[in-house]
Design a binder for this molecule. Structure first.
Ligand code: ADP
Ligand code: MG
Length: 288
């Protein structure tokens, strides 16, 4: 016979955009005391529109920055890349062909374009390399900013805006009612992270986080007695998903992260996790 829990978890997942890969994950979901969310595409829509292109090194015009950046971003699936490619299409940019394209894990992308080493990277990368942030980069709290580095010098930046998912606030209310701490870890800058955290009333957030730091954040929470679930996407979140007590991979789940995950959140919707936890609690309170 099929164990009851398997039958139930299959039914729950089928209806709610979840793939439960691990038999104990459904059981474990009711033990969760802390949930660590990623931001982009999970708490937010992950649908970026370019709001500003700013030249820092006047050698490079805004059009030139967009042209060079999109040469790299056409090969990336990151939501930021999708936004930049859309902008380039709108502007009918002729896209140069990059050589030696490389994704810098959790930090951005790089390639050789027309003989120049071009990078499009996170604020964390700048911090790492001790490159000073341009003063006007964060003039709006709602903007995500990526930096264009040409031959190791900051050439300019592109600001983009994303929106909070309408389902996020409702899901967070469910978690809070159930005594679950809701936290966020993002590679994005502090200002954007704080704005999202404040709007959603999160219990805390970590900004400008590099992928390996997510593992440390989870270990730290676990050492304080928390039973930690986390959401993550992409190859770079795989170690953190493995470290967490319930690893939830977002999106289609065809990448490496999905293999380390206990659960796949097919529609990247936080509300589906709320349903899972509620259903898990209801099921086990009836069974015991
Ligand atoms: P997040 O899901 O928080 O965006 P990621 O680990 O996917 O975290 O990326 C971390 C950061 O690296 C992003 O916030 C962005 O600043 C930068 N980044 C990653 N990929 C790209 C890309 N293709 N183009 C520009 N920046 C990128
Ligand atoms: Mg990500």
């Amino acid at each position: 016979a099929i164990p009851l829990v398997v039958a139930i978890s299959t039914a729950v997942s089928a209806q709610n955009g979840l793939l439960i890969r691990n038999r104990t994950a459904f059981e474990d979901s009711r033990k969760i005391t802390a949930l660590l969310f990623d931001k982009t595409g999970t708490l937010t829509k992950g649908d970026f529109g370019v709001t500003r292109i700013v030249s820092v090194d006047k050698q490079f015009s805004e059009d030139e920055l967009l042209r060079l950046a999109v040469a790299l971003e056409q090969s990336s699936e990151h939501p930021i890349a999708v936004g930049i490619v859309r902008k380039a299409k709108e502007n009918k940019v002729t896209i140069p062909k990059p050589e030696k394209f490389n994704a810098i894990t959790g930090k951005g992308v790089e390639a050789i374009v027309e003989g120049k080493n071009v990078k499009v990277v996170s604020p964390g990368y700048l911090k790492d390399k001790k490159i000073e942030l341009p003063a006007d980069a964060y003039s709006s709290e709602a903007e995500t900013v990526v930096f264009i580095i040409i031959d190791d010098k900051l050439a300019g930046y592109i600001a983009l805006a994303d929106e909070i998912r309408p389902e996020s606030a409702e899901a967070i209310m469910v978690f809070k009612k159930n005594g679950i701490k809701v936290l966020m870890a993002t590679g994005d800058n502090d200002k954007v992270a704080k704005a999202v955290s404040d709007k959603l009333g999160l219990d805390g957030y970590f900004a400008e986080v590099l992928p390996h730091q997510k593992v440390e954040i989870i270990k730290d929470l676990q050492s304080k007695g928390e039973f930690v679930a986390m959401t993550g996407d992409g190859v770079n979140d795989a170690p953190a998903l493995a470290q967490s007590d319930v690893g939830i991979a977002v999106g289609s789940g065809t990448d490496v992260a999905a293999e380390t995950a206990d659960i796949i959140l097919v529609n990247s919707n936080p509300h589906d996790i709320a349903n899972l936890i509620l259903f898990g609690k209801a099921t086990y309170s009836k069974m015991i």
